[in-house]
Design a protein around this ligand. Structure first.
Ligand code: UDP
Length: 327
């Protein structure tokens, strides 16, 4: 049995990673405190309810399942909240990661795949971001993820712990087979909020800022389908198992879309109006985050197949109408 410890496996991206791992012949062992994840999303392997702030619970998971690798998704991930509660982000994201990395080293687990973010880059005037762009995060979420990248580098220098770091752009979409999807409580992400507004579950989508220096005044992001994203993780895992060493990859498509453009695509896919109100900027938001790198395609052989806005919104819409977790 080839076990992979998946922290945050009950969450949005982690649960899709578990599905992809199972399809690739691994056994995903979900480690999650269920603070934001859902037991119902754990469908593809064993489930451990545990907390990264509790080292003994992590040790028990390594001892019981002897994983060949860790995929570390568990994290707080809301930009806005991170600006209100930075201590929470440093404690849960950074201390949790230190505990996890130390446990991996202590148990001889040498392969570590880490879920990082384009928010580590911060504001860079209208350039496309590649892996060598200086990391200057402007919010506590991005800063906490950058700190974990640094921790991984320190452990790579001092111990036999190899890492692949993925810097995600904006993840959207859902499992096209409808088994799992995106569901946060409370929801803060653009696409599910927009679909809620379309369905009348919210009065409207509030656009956070219409005075950015972009063609239509709203923020621009690079959206990538969750299934494509987790495919890259399988390639990253194999990369590590083949002994290819430490690496960092952006995961984005290189195409940027404004909030208003996402709304226009949502209208086209659902054939329904998107009720919109214009609001002030959200603290911590960068103007534009678009990947300028094809490194994952060229080096890792990653081939995204579902990352058009139309397919992402179609898959998200299908899930949105049919599936929600309750426990
Ligand atoms: N956004 C928005 N209204 C919302 C939620 C998000 O206008 O209710 C914008 C947000 O300012 C950003 C983009 O949508 O420009 C994506 O935000 P999200 O929170 O989904 O992801 P993030 O970029 O923070 O990782």
């Amino acid at each position: 049995m080839t076990n992979v410890l998946v922290t945050g496996g009950a969450g949005y991206i982690g649960s899709h990673a578990c599905k992809a791992l199972k399809a690739a012949g691994y056994t995903p062992v979900c480690f999650d405190n269920h603070s934001t994840g859902w037991e119902e999303a754990v469908k593809f392997g064993p489930s451990i309810k545990g907390d990264l702030l509790n080292p003994s619970e992590i040790a028990t998971a390594f001892e019981k399942y002897n994983p060949v690798a860790v995929m570390h998704f568990a994290a707080l991930s809301q930009v806005g909240e991170s600006m209100q509660k930075p201590g929470k982000y440093w404690r849960e994201n950074v201390l949790g990661a230190v505990n996890l990395v130390e446990a991996a080293v202590a148990h001889g687990c040498t392969n570590f795949v880490f879920s990082s973010t384009c928010a580590t880059y911060g504001e860079h005037d209208n350039i496309q971001l590649d892996e060598d762009t200086p990391q200057e995060p402007i919010n506590a979420y991005g800063a906490s993820k950058k700190a974990i990248e640094d921790i991984l580098q320190n452990f790579a220098d001092s111990h036999d712990l190899n890492h692949v770091i993925f810097r995600y752009f904006n993840v959207a979409g859902a499992d096209p087979e409808g088994e799992i999807g995106e569901f946060h409580q409370p929801e803060t992400h653009l696409v599910p909020l927009m679909l809620d507004a379309i369905e009348g579950k919210r009065p409207a989508l509030t656009v956070f800022g219409t005075d950015y220096d972009t063609p239509d005044g709203t923020c621009i992001r690079d959206y990538v389908h969750v299934m494509d994203l987790v495919d890259a993780h399988i390639l990253g895992l194999k990369w590590l198992q083949d002994g290819k060493g430490n690496a960092v990859f952006n995961l984005g498509t290189g195409s940027g879309f404004s909030v208003r453009e996402v709304a226009a695509h949502s209208k086209a896919v659902t054939n329904k109006e998107v009720p919109i109100v214009e609001g002030p900027r959200r603290a911590g938001d960068c103007t534009k985050l678009v990947s300028g790198s094809e490194k994952a395609e060229k080096v890792l052989g990653w081939q995204p197949t579902r990352s058009t806005l139309e397919t992402m919104i179609t898959d998200a819409w299908r899930w949105h109408q049919n599936g929600h977790y309750t426990k």
